[in-house]
Design a protein around this ligand. Structure first.
Ligand code: NAD
Length: 354
């Protein structure tokens, strides 16, 4: 499959012009494009500009609404509940986090609930936002609505859970934070869509077909009846994914995997974030020293292969540096889908790039 390299700036421009033409105010259009391209730069193409056609379809069907903002529903000391009003996650996610960060600084900690957001993208974005302010955070995000049931429970044969990601970041003195950001399925669903667009097989252990048999064909996930993605780490990933739905779907009152939205096409992300100020715990100095001691000890393990032990977040930083220099690879099929989506809102893009 042909792959083209695009400079990040060019893709940001494409995204911004498409979302502006689709009805987003300039700030929103720019923000959506920035977050999508950031995901490509991090190497998570599943959450990059491949989403443009989906978002445009969701706008048309009412699955997401343009120019909405987060509103505070409840603030009781350390608990802050925010409604995303079905706005773009790239916008309401940032607004909710800003509210949660302020509350954590004031109270020492905050349990932030963001309900009814459209796709929140790469959850690391929100953890990094807190880390930039010197705060540690843990995030649990569920998905409800159309086709969210993509992940088979351990021991089951069809999709009954979503990819329910978790993320966490720990700020580091004078350096980039440690950032863990992962689906509780073997991989995020979008990675199966990327494999399908690339026309490649997925690795063993990622997928089952609609009869519950192992398959390496990414198309099986999207057939009718659909196949399913497996949880990571067998019953442990299943258990974690289940708890994400119980916490972010049930505990918040936002709705979990069985929730039916009034608009059938709607897909929601609901996030529970625990944001903690190290200053309110054991003090920043002790925290910084302990973090560095732990990280140095863990990464000091003799490498099993050629590479030194990495920290969560290191692979994304490395890919970002490489892609900023050499461009973001997009397969021909993904570019074609973006061109088509752009056309549907009256924006003409070049058919092909060499
Ligand atoms: P993944 O399987 O690539 O795992 C990523 C995590 O593993 C990162 O924290 C990365 O730094 C770490 N990692 C990878 N290799 C490492 C190594 N050698 N040493 C140390 N750490 C390493 O990613 P995924 O599970 O497919 O998730 C991809 C993205 O999808 C994430 O950004 C997630 O937030 C996003 N997602 C979003 C939603 C949503 O509904 N919004 C749903 C699912 C996933």
């Amino acid at each position: 499959v042909a792959t083209f390299r695009f400079p990040a700036d060019e893709l940001r421009g494409v995204g911004a012009s498409v979302f502006a033409a689709a009805g987003s105010e300039e700030r929103e259009a720019t923000l959506i494009a920035k977050r999508l391209v950031d995901a490509n730069l991090a190497g998570h193409d599943s959450h990059g500009v491949i989403r443009v056609p989906r978002y445009i379809r969701d706008l048309a069907s009412g699955g997401v609404a343009a120019n909405r903002h987060a509103t505070v529903v409840k603030e009781t000391g350390a608990l802050v509940v925010v409604d995303g009003n079905n706005g773009f996650g790239q916008v309401v996610g940032g607004e909710a986090m800003a509210i949660g960060i302020a509350a954590a600084k004031k109270n020492g900690a905050c349990i932030l609930v963001l309900r009814h957001s459209a796709h929140l993208g790469r959850i690391a974005d929100w953890a990094e936002m807190a880390a930039d302010e010197g705060l540690a955070s843990f995030h649990f995000v569920n998905v409800s609505g159309r086709g969210a049931n993509r992940v088979a429970p351990f021991g089951g044969t069809d999709g009954r859970l979503s990819t329910n990601p978790i993320a966490a970041a720990i700020p580091r003195r004078g350096g980039a934070p440690v950032v863990l950001d992962m689906a509780t399925s073997v991989v995020a669903e979008g990675k199966i869509a990327v494999a399908r667009n690339r026309g490649v097989e997925t690795p063993e252990g990622w997928l089952i077909d609609s009869d519950g048999r192992p398959t390496r064909d990414p198309r099986k996930l999207y057939e009718k009846p659909p196949g399913a993605i497996l949880p990571f780490g067998a019953y442990k990933g299943y258990g974690l994914g289940l708890f994400v739905d119980l916490i972010s779907g049930a505990l918040t009152g936002a709705g979990g995997i069985t929730h039916k939205h009034a608009i059938e096409a709607r897909v929601e992300n609901n996030m529970v974030a625990m944001i903690v100020d190290p200053a309110a715990m054991g003090g920043v100095k002790a925290f910084d020293a302990e973090v560095e001691a732990i990280l140095a000890y863990v990464t000091g393990s003799k490498p099993s292969g050629k590479e030194a032990v990495m920290l969560p977040g290191d692979p994304e930083r490395r890919t970002r540096a490489e892609r900023l220099e050499h461009g973001i690879p997009l397969e021909e099929e993904t570019w074609r889908q973006i061109v088509e989506a752009a056309e549907s809102v009256g924006v003409t893009l070049q058919e092909r790039r060499g």
